[in-house]
Design a protein around this ligand. Structure first.
Ligand SMILES: C[S@@+](CC[C@H](N)C(=O)[O-])C[C@H]1O[C@@H](n2cnc3c(N)ncnc32)[C@H](O)[C@@H]1O
Length: 192
């Protein structure tokens, strides 16, 4: 079973908490385990994931924690039952007051960023607000430059460390895009 633990602290659903409480064996990243820790039972064996390829070979009773929502570039690909979590996508849209229906998701995490810029450009040109799953190397300024001819009113938001005490949401435009101050951020681009 794969359980979403939310994109930041305090975002576990009641369903996720119930599964974590009953678990005998839990796998997760350090941050996912930290989020679940208050609900993990004394007898539960907890292991930090070191080899993501080996996750497909886990025993039936293993509960795999996935940050955010498992189906948003998370561990939901492992299959089996998936318990959804609050994603950085949902959280950022709520914070910016952007309806999910106006958005298009672009996954630039560990991906070809130049190719992602083209996809983002295409989405903005067809009137969508692009939600971009970034990684620390994602160059927001270069993305903004590519969007300069997409539409004159295009805004760029950088949403960092969502849900954490030092959460930061900065909004700019294609001429003056926000500069990320941390490694954990998503980008929103379009008219909003
Ligand atoms: C492998 S993806 C996992 C996304 C996750 N499954 C979700 O639902 O948000 C990791 C990327 O998600 C984004 N992300 C996850 N948590 C975040 C947070 N709390 N604040 C900002 N961005 C976040 C960042 O772009 C990060 O590089």
């Amino acid at each position: 079973m794969v359980v979403g633990v939310g994109c930041g602290p305090g975002m576990l659903t009641e369903r996720a908490i119930a599964v974590i409480r009953d678990a005998e064996l839990i796998y997760g990243s350090k941050s996912a385990i930290e989020r679940a820790a208050p609900h993990i039972g004394n007898g539960c064996e907890v292991r930090i994931i070191t080899d993501y390829a080996a996750l497909r070979l886990l025993p039936e009773n293993a509960v795999v924690l996935s940050t955010g929502d498992p189906m948003l570039a998370g561990l939901g690909y492992l299959g089996g039952e998936v318990i959804s979590g609050i994603s950085s996508y949902q959280y950022a849209c709520a914070k910016l007051g952007i309806p999910l229906t106006k958005t298009a998701i672009v996954n630039a995490h560990a991906a070809d960023h130049a190719a992602a810029f083209e996809v983002i450009h295409g989405e903005v040109c067809r009137g969508k607000i692009a939600f971009v799953i970034a990684d620390p190397a994602f160059d927001v300024a270069a993305c903004a430059m590519r969007l300069q001819d997409a539409c004159p009113a295009c805004m760029i938001a950088v949403c960092e460390r969502l849900g954490y005490p030092d959460e930061r949401i900065a909004i700019g435009d294609t001429n003056a895009p926000p500069v990320p101050a941390s490694d954990l951020f998503v980008v929103m681009a379009g008219v909003f």
